[in-house]
Write a protein that binds this ligand. Structure first.
Ligand SMILES: C[S@@+](CC[C@H](N)C(=O)[O-])C[C@H]1O[C@@H](n2cnc3c(N)ncnc32)[C@H](O)[C@@H]1O
Length: 368
């Protein structure tokens, strides 16, 4: 027991006092977390309606000026701007009443696909969680999953979230660690991206490795349509082909390199996908798998990034991976230990893990 000097010399701090103080501290943390959730909600509005971008590009504005510039209602814009100021995202000049985006917030909130852009994460949260909340409550009772069709905006949200990795890390940092993969691509090799989504990884790779050919497969037809459109727009459609295919059935063709970027943990049958990929690799080929960086024991997976990953899992990954009696690994479900087991069962002889400079992902290279 310690002496509580604020309560007089005779007053001792009791276990009940310590308990009350702990309750108060935890209540403060919960309040901070709830405030954070509201800030994310307001951030998603600022991202979606172009308010951050407008302030970054056209400079400080009163709520009336900002509303006029973005063709929105002044009353709503004012509430948003005051809320974002309260949350520390905007500055407000008391004399002129103008709101501004501080210069060091611009890359994080207004530079789409930049290396430190994060407003895409607000968007992801608000679109997925908001749309699916009632259905998710029911799924807690039934245990059922949801088809990707239940998340009409997820493809765009995922693309916005992953595109910066491809633009700033894949070619610059991740592949140079693996010269055998680079040399296969430089000497006219073939690469297949399984679960290619809207195609950003292959479009980036095709721009860099002009001699190589690329195929992207995805089970979700709207993603493939969009990927084809974007490849044509990027002028690489002659070397990048996108096709609808369920990789759990087969990965059609034979390739020097196969990649997957954040596919296995939310897939319906990761073991079957690994078997198809194994069969699609030429002898000496390489399989590059980027997936979430999680410890083998979930008990070690704590802290803010882990909480974010479990939240994302409930919002999307767990639901789609449970669909149709799927494996349901969830966003945090594919540890090195589990990948090694599934890959060994699928016929791979070597599974290596490489730390990459990324707060969320890790990179594996597998040899058949
Ligand atoms: C989280 S998204 C990642 C998309 C893309 N690789 C990226 O990083 O932006 C997972 C993708 O895997 C696809 N997918 C899941 N299971 C699949 C399967 N069995 N065959 C092919 N694609 C699959 C989904 O349709 C979805 O587009």
């Amino acid at each position: 027991m310690t002496t509580d000097t604020t309560a007089g010399p005779d007053r001792q701090t009791t276990a009940a006092d310590l308990e009350a103080a702990a309750v108060e501290t935890f209540a403060g943390k919960v309040l901070g977390d709830v405030a954070g959730a509201h800030i994310v909600f307001m951030g998603a509005i600022g991202d979606r309606l172009g308010l951050f971008r407008d302030l970054a590009e056209r400079g400080p504005a009163t709520s009336a000026e900002l509303a006029a510039r973005t063709h929105l209602s002044e009353r709503y814009v004012r509430e948003w701007a005051l809320g974002m100021t309260a949350g520390g995202y905007l500055d407000r000049d008391r004399a002129s009443g103008t709101f501004s985006l501080p210069a060091h917030h611009v890359p994080v909130l207004a530079e789409e696909a930049g290396p430190t852009f994060l407003a895409n994460a607000f968007y992801d949260y608000a679109t997925n969680f908001g749309a699916q909340y009632q259905a998710l409550l029911e799924q807690f009772a039934t245990g059922r999953g949801a088809h990707q069709d239940a998340f009409p905006e997820a493809q765009e949200a995922i693309e916005r979230f992953t595109a910066p990795w491809f633009l700033h890390s894949l070619v610059q940092q991740w592949l140079p660690e693996h010269p055998e993969i680079e040399s296969a691509l430089r000497s006219g090799g073939s690469l297949c991206d399984v679960g290619c989504g809207q195609g950003q990884a292959l479009i980036t790779l095709a721009r860099t490795f002009e001699e190589a050919t690329f195929v992207g497969y995805d089970v979700y037809p709207p993603a493939i349509e969009e990927a084809r459109r974007k490849a044509a727009e990027a002028g690489v459609a002659d070397r990048v082909r996108f096709e609808v295919a369920d990789a759990a059935q087969a990965v059609p063709g034979r390739f020097d390199v196969v990649t997957v970027f954040d596919v296995l943990h939310d897939s319906h049958d990761p073991g079957a996908i690994l078997r198809s990929i194994h069969d699609a690799l030429v002898p000496g080929g390489r399989f590059v798998a980027v997936d979430i960086n999680v410890p083998d024991d979930p008990a070690d997976n704590v802290g803010p990034v882990a909480a974010l990953i479990y939240g994302a899992s409930l919002q999307y990954c767990l639901q789609v991976s449970l669909h149709d009696d799927g494996a349901g690994l969830g966003t945090a479900g594919l540890s090195y230990e589990l990948l090694t087991k599934l890959a060994t069962d699928a016929g791979f002889t070597d599974v290596r893990r490489f730390e990459i400079d990324d707060p969320i992902n890790t990179l594996y290279v597998l040899t058949p």
